[in-house]
Design a binder for this molecule. Structure first.
Ligand code: DMJ
Length: 680
């Protein structure tokens, strides 16, 4: 209307344009369209748009289709960026809506990274890395290892004790003994099983197991697997993620896909323990294997949780202790291979990931394959924040922040967290609550997230203390004989038993006591001591002085197993883990005494000619061996024992938190802390 009134703009046709003008206009328009499409496909930030316009990924035969909710397609083998750009303060970094700041609020302030556009630019750079010559791959990256080390409050291996004092030399001898046990465990593994996942000390060979994608055991996930399938029926040992349940009566259909899977878990799990004990030659052997023989381009279905806590945890620690680039690169590459597990409607990961196809699945035993397990998806936070820290890629932190969000939102029965959650609906599937198997390390990661964030992750702190209140109210009990224990809860009914796994909780409660409300601190210290005492009783009441897998408080029983099927000891660490934390908190000599009892018992009943082995019955003084030297024996049991006899500044709690496989990860001291290494 307005144009009609302007001279010279009087329309010559109903379109208001003459023929040459129309032609020019159309030419301009088609130019514009071409330009827009060009931009859509060529600009670096356009992958989301591409996904909108391009055909969806083709479905592979036999694959479960997983929605790509978080916007990340399944990741196959992809090199991590070895040289992420320095954390240049991006424009708007102070904007509270900025994702980098969000991460900072969640307790990981240092070296925050740009959001999506930069991330994708980094990923694009990463893709071209495979084409680089090996020397070029090791270009320096912006993680300043020296600066990191200088922010530690204590030297990693502590200051040397004065060995002239008598009591210290006894402690020194005890430490040396534990070191010798580690050396023996390592040498045995190296001799008979190098490169395999774990050692079988009686048969003097190695085995791969089935948690890391190899198919020496039953399939664990429901959901598809790509590749040739061969199926047969057999009785199975079910590997329950972190835990072994012997279920001989259970018959399952075994379907193997192609061979494959990760190897050498004992090597990765041992790296930091060898370093800590200054077993230098052995450490070099382990490192050489990682450099030369640790292949990530494998197939098979692996446990997200186990790969995370053992492999990623082990590699991250090895990197932070040594600054050796190979560990950082492999940790990130492996982290990328785990991302497809998160492709679910809620972003709650499924327990099993297929390395080759990028499909995911849930454990068949977890409410008929419909659930993810609290301890599994709840024990990723520490490692995934470090993967972001060391790669510059926010994707890892985003994944675990989302898990938090889901858990924050959902109703908790009486404030408790049940163990089974549907990754599809985001609802609890069953009301079974436990601080032992299935639940354990979820609680551990809450308090450790708080500590690792240098006490800035308030969300984790609040979640931890609220959960602990609920556990105390509904699960905590005292036996007629005066032993404090944490029972298991099934929709309001209590099983009066504690698993060996639940014995880590003494240490956890001790670790968290200091930051509780003032009026609760002493109470939590006492509670930690009481639970640890109960766990010691479960050892003391056996013939071998080693503790059973589960012990009960009913029918006149106090801290003893109720049947043979729960009387085994598989070299687990949780009890000595608590001794270590309680020792560091109280310096009560009883914890070293108890720890030494374990050392003696291990030597007497678990040491064999070919390495250390678990035993089938702790109540028999002539126990039969289970023929397995678990990798966590080297990662955790021997490490915690060694730390129990070390000075407090060795892997000091001010600087490090241990992941649930005892791999030390650094506390995020902010850049401004200004403290120098070894200043205290
Ligand atoms: C380890 O792999 C980890 O400690 C995990 O959190 C639970 N169990 C085993 C050792 O018992």
């Amino acid at each position: 209307m307005l144009m009609r009134k302007v001279p010279g703009f009087v329309p010559a046709s109903s379109w208001g344009l003459r023929l040459p003008q129309k032609f020019l206009f159309l030419l301009f328009l088609s130019g514009l369209v071409t330009l827009c499409f060009g931009a859509l496909f060529l600009l670096p930030h356009s992958s989301r748009l591409k996904r909108l316009f391009l055909a969806p990924r083709t479905k592979q035969p036999g694959l479960e289709v997983v929605p790509d909710v978080a916007g990340y397609p399944p990741v196959q083998e992809q090199e991590p960026p070895p040289n992420p750009a320095p954390a240049a303060p991006a424009a708007g970094e102070d904007d509270p809506s900025n994702r980098a700041n969000q991460l900072r609020r969640n307790g990981w302030p240092r070296r925050t990274r740009p959001t999506r556009p930069r991330e994708e630019a980094t990923a694009a750079r990463g893709n071209s890395i495979a084409a680089l010559r090996p020397r070029e791959r090791s270009v320096p990256f912006s993680f300043d290892f020296n600066a990191f080390q200088s922010r530690l409050h204590h030297p990693v291996l502590g200051t040397r004790p004065d060995e002239s004092k008598e009591h210290q030399s006894r402690v020194h001898a005890q430490k040396e003994k534990i070191k010798e046990m580690m050396q023996f465990a390592w040498q045995s593994y190296k001799h008979y099983a190098m490169g395999k996942n774990e050692l079988r000390p009686l048969t003097k060979d190695g085995y791969e197991g089935n948690m890391f994608g190899s198919h020496e055991g039953p399939p664990r996930s429901r959901g598809g697997v790509a590749g040739e399938r061969q199926c047969h029926k057999q009785s199975v040992i079910l590997l329950v993620g972190w835990d072994m349940l012997w279920q001989p009566s259970l018959e399952n259909t075994i379907c193997h896909t192609e061979p494959g899977g990760l190897s050498g878990v004992t090597i990765i799990d041992s790296l930091d323990t060898l370093y800590l004990m200054e077993l230098k030659e052995e450490f070099q052997e382990a490192k050489a294997w990682v450099e030369e023989s640790f292949h990530l381009n494998v197939s098979g279905e692996a446990s997200l949780f186990e790969v995370n806590i053992r492999y990623i945890g082990g590699l991250l620690s090895a990197f932070y202790l040594t600054g050796e680039e190979v560990f950082r690169i492999k940790a990130i590459k492996l982290g990328q291979k785990l991302l497809p597990a998160f492709n679910t409607p809620t972003g709650i990961p499924k327990g099993v990931v297929n390395f080759k196809s990028g499909s995911n699945g849930s454990w068949g035993w977890a409410t008929a394959g419909s659930s993810s397990i609290l301890a599994e998806f709840g024990s990723l936070h520490l490692e995934f924040l470090h993967l972001t820290e060391l790669s510059g890629d926010q994707v890892f932190a985003e994944k675990v922040r989302n898990i938090r969000k889901v858990l924050q939102k959902i109703d908790k029965p009486f404030g408790l967290y049940p163990n089974f959650l549907s990754p599809v609906s985001g609802n609890w599937v069953q009301h079974h609550v436990s601080v032992g198997g299935l639940g354990d390390s979820f609680y551990e990661y809450l308090i450790k997230s708080w500590l690792m964030s240098a006490k800035t992750d308030m969300e984790a702190k609040n979640m931890y203390y609220e959960a602990l209140e609920a556990i105390e109210t509904y699960l905590l009990n005292v036996s007629p004989g005066g032993l404090t224990y944490i029972a298991e809860w099934r929709g309001g009914i209590l099983d009066h038993k504690m698993g060996h796994l639940a014995c880590f909780s003494g240490g956890m409660i001790a670790l968290g006591a200091e930051d509780a409300k003032e009026e609760k601190r002493a109470h939590y210290r006492e509670l930690a001591a009481q639970i640890t005492k109960t766990c010691h009783e479960s050892y003391a009441r056996s013939d071998t002085k080693l503790g059973p897998e589960a012990f009960w408080f009913n029918s006149g029983r106090e801290a003893v197993a109720s049947q043979l099927s729960e009387s085994y000891y598989i070299l687990r660490p949780e009890v000595v883990e608590s001794y270590m934390y309680l020792w560091r908190q109280t310096h009560d000599p009883i914890y070293r005494e108890w720890g030494w009892e374990v050392v003696m018992a291990l030597e007497k009943y678990c040491r064999t000619e070919g390495g250390f082995s678990g035993i089938q019955d702790v109540y028999s003084s002539i126990p039969s061996h289970d023929n397995k030297q678990q990798s966590f024996f080297l990662a955790e049991t021997l490490k915690y024992l060694y730390l129990l006899f070390s000075e407090d500044d060795v892997l000091s709690q001010e600087d490090w938190v241990f992941n649930t496989e005892a791999h030390p990860l650094p506390v995020n001291h902010s850049d401004s802390s200004g403290r120098a290494r070894g200043r205290h």
